[in-house]
Design a protein around this ligand. Structure first.
Ligand code: ZN
Length: 296
């Protein structure tokens, strides 16, 4: 069994309350990547944020600057988001990856494609008036045609597409993409459980993960990683490590008050996975090993 691939999901669009260690600026992203690499991560996934306010940004220069800051410090694989799943125009969605690809120092290694068109409702329970369902108009728009085109553009940008799977039908689509050559084998896929009120993924429970695992593409070479938005992913990480899988997690998904002084860094979270990987006798994969597996 190979070493555990750890993808550090360092910031998403998460606020610094309650955990102030969420990186925003390119320098902070670079520094978080370096520390995560040292702790055992082989991939870093980030979203560009306004360096002062932390507001979501789609500025290609911020994406490229963050990649340069990462590459100046370490050899981790770089996986920026495509973000903005509601943008139907692929030029707008993919533009920053193409800008990044103009220079080797800022090129993306992996690009995540969301394998579902899905609603993104949140069940909010802490409101005075009782539970409420919010986000009526939030959704990811990812037609099969869009995904094929994004996979093609990803390769043209010198990167490898990653399958972000939200449910069992995402896995069926991945199987079809592998059968028809849209994706190459071995491929890397992240299986998304969602908690904290987000209803789009599988529940972040053993049953939620097992449902994914029961439906992995048969006879195909898929490196799968568990991800859990909105909850502590470490229990699922233990199960994934035991089952030959990999782990994607970080402060972008959850603040991890259970660790250390209650305000861990991304590297502390990665270290908690690496410790479990070593205890299970697998250890962690290096970026070099991941590049060799995925030809990234
Ligand atoms: Zn993301």
């Amino acid at each position: 069994m190979t070493g555990v691939i750890i993808d550090a999901r360092i910031n998403e669009y998460t606020s610094r309350d309650p955990n102030p260690n969420v990186p925003w600026s390119p320098e902070e992203i670079g520094e978080a990547a370096r520390a995560c690499r040292e702790a055992g991560a082989s991939i870093v996934h980030y979203h560009a944020r306004d360096p002062e306010t932390g507001a979501p940004s789609s500025a290609p220069e911020l994406y490229a600057a963050a990649a340069r800051e990462i590459r100046a410090r370490c050899d981790v694989l770089i996986m920026p988001t495509l973000g903005a799943g509601q943008i139907p125009d692929l030029d707008d969605r993919f533009g920053h990856i193409e800008v990044m690809a103009k220079h080797a120092r800022s090129r993306a290694d992996l690009v995540p494609l969301d394998f579902a068109t899905t609603n993104l409702p949140m069940l909010v329970t802490e409101l005075d008036g009782g539970p409420a369902l919010v986000g009526d108009d939030l959704y990811y728009l990812n037609s099969v045609g869009m995904l094929k085109e994004l996979a093609r553009r990803t390769r043209a940008a010198g990167a490898v597409p990653m399958a972000a799977c939200w449910n069992v039908s995402s896995l069926r689509l991945l199987s079809a993409f592998l059968a028809t050559g849209v994706f190459d084998e071995p491929c890397y896929a992240e299986l998304f459980c969602t908690e904290g009120g987000l209803l789009a993924g599988h529940p972040g429970t053993r049953a939620g993960l097992e449902a994914f695992l029961a439906c992995l593409p048969e006879g195909r070479s898929v490196c799968w990683a568990i991800a859990c938005y909105g909850a502590n992913a470490l229990p699922l990480a233990e199960l994934a490590i035991e089952r030959g899988g990999h782990v994607a997690l970080g402060l972008g998904d959850y603040a991890y008050p259970e660790l250390g002084d209650g305000r861990p860094t991304n590297a502390d979270v990665v270290a908690a996975v690496a410790e479990r990987a070593r205890a299970a006798g697998r250890g962690v994969a290096t970026p070099e090993e991941v590049r060799a597996i995925l030809r990234a």
